[in-house]
Design a protein. Structure first.
Length: 319
């Protein structure tokens, strides 16, 4: 096997393993926290006066380019010390950029909390969604968690890997900066609509292919190619140009009785209404699916996250 290829795969395997074991422990410093502090400082200085849009554009572009160049320079400097020093740093960088275990744990905790009480569920889901959760119903709490699960499978796993294969570790870290910019300033409210518009558009572009690739991988592993039309139809109805595709794929897969029965899971699903066009309905459809067994060759195992499917059991309070 080509040596360069092996050297590229080692950080990927090492990062995946660390993510699976450690997740995102609170005691470990995270570069995204540093990204956030840098963005906040730039926002305080640039988000004022008559040129907010221009300032926001320079901030977004500058921070992404800076992240790419600094990480590339550090890796090249590490390689001068020893190739394995570069590999070690790359493993750590990949670990920091993946959020698979954290995603699974957070969504599972939402279902466990809402099973205990609605108020506990609302507080728990508030940790992973960017909207007011104080008036959500039991079903809406579960739906919000599943929407986050689908969207962040793309943002937290597939998209970082996509940019790793395209531009290496620097590209992966630059993507995380784009994603952090969008999560902090990419809003259409009075404060950020001008300063954050470039950050939001950059995030849309950076996630355009990964989001569609995520839905395609989900369909591929489910073996239900007929879902391509379903995802193409419902994915575009989401307010986001990207989030709707993995969410539609998740809902579509959950609605396939034949798929779940083929792997030994009895399911009860509602009738699929082709006229349903509200984006929340897609995740709602998935959240009402139920099954009796959690060990499976399910849709996410190919990505190393088969535990995601176990969340459906919690969604319906089944053993």
């Amino acid at each position: 096997m080509d040596t360069e290829l092996v050297m590229g795969l080692i950080p990927l395997a090492g990062g995946f393993l660390l993510d699976k074991i450690l997740g995102d422990p609170l005691w470990l410093p995270h570069p995204v926290v540093g990204f956030g502090k840098l963005i906040s400082r730039c926002e305080r200085r640039g988000n004022q006066g008559a040129h907010r849009r221009r300032n926001g554009a320079w901030t977004a572009i500058g921070l992404v380019v800076l992240t790419f160049l600094v990480s590339k320079g550090l890796l090249e400097a590490a390689a001068l010390l020893h190739p394995w020093v570069k590999i070690a740093l790359s493993v750590v960088a990949v670990f920091y950029c993946l959020a698979g275990k954290t995603l699974i744990d957070e969504v599972r905790m939402v279902f466990e909390a809402v099973d205990a009480s609605l108020e506990a569920g609302r507080k728990q889901v508030a940790r992973i969604v960017g909207r007011d959760t104080s008036s959500l119903t039991d079903q809406e709490v579960r739906t919000a968690a599943l929407e986050t699960l689908a969207e962040n499978l793309s943002d937290g796993v597939i998209a970082p890997l996509f940019w790793y294969f395209l531009l290496g570790v620097p590209g992966m870290l630059a993507y995380k900066m784009v994603n952090t910019l969008d999560s902090m300033i990419g809003y259409r409210n009075a404060r950020y609509k001008d300063f954050g518009c470039w950050a939001a558009r950059m995030d849309d572009v950076a996630n355009y292919l990964p989001a569609r690739l995520t839905s395609l991988l989900m369909i591929l592993v489910s073996g239900r190619w007929s879902l391509l039309k379903f995802v193409a139809h419902y994915g575009q109805m989401h307010a986001s140009p990207n989030s709707g595709y993995p969410e539609a794929a998740l809902a579509g897969i959950a609605a396939q009785e034949a798929f779940f029965r083929s792997i030994g899971m009895p399911v009860r699903i509602p009738a699929l209404s082709c006229g349903r066009q509200d984006e929340a309905g897609l995740a709602d459809l998935a959240s009402r699916c139920s099954y009796g067994r959690t060990r499976t060759i399910g849709t996410f195992r190919v990505l190393g996250y088969d535990d995601i499917l176990a969340i459906y059991q919690l969604a319906n309070n089944e053993e």
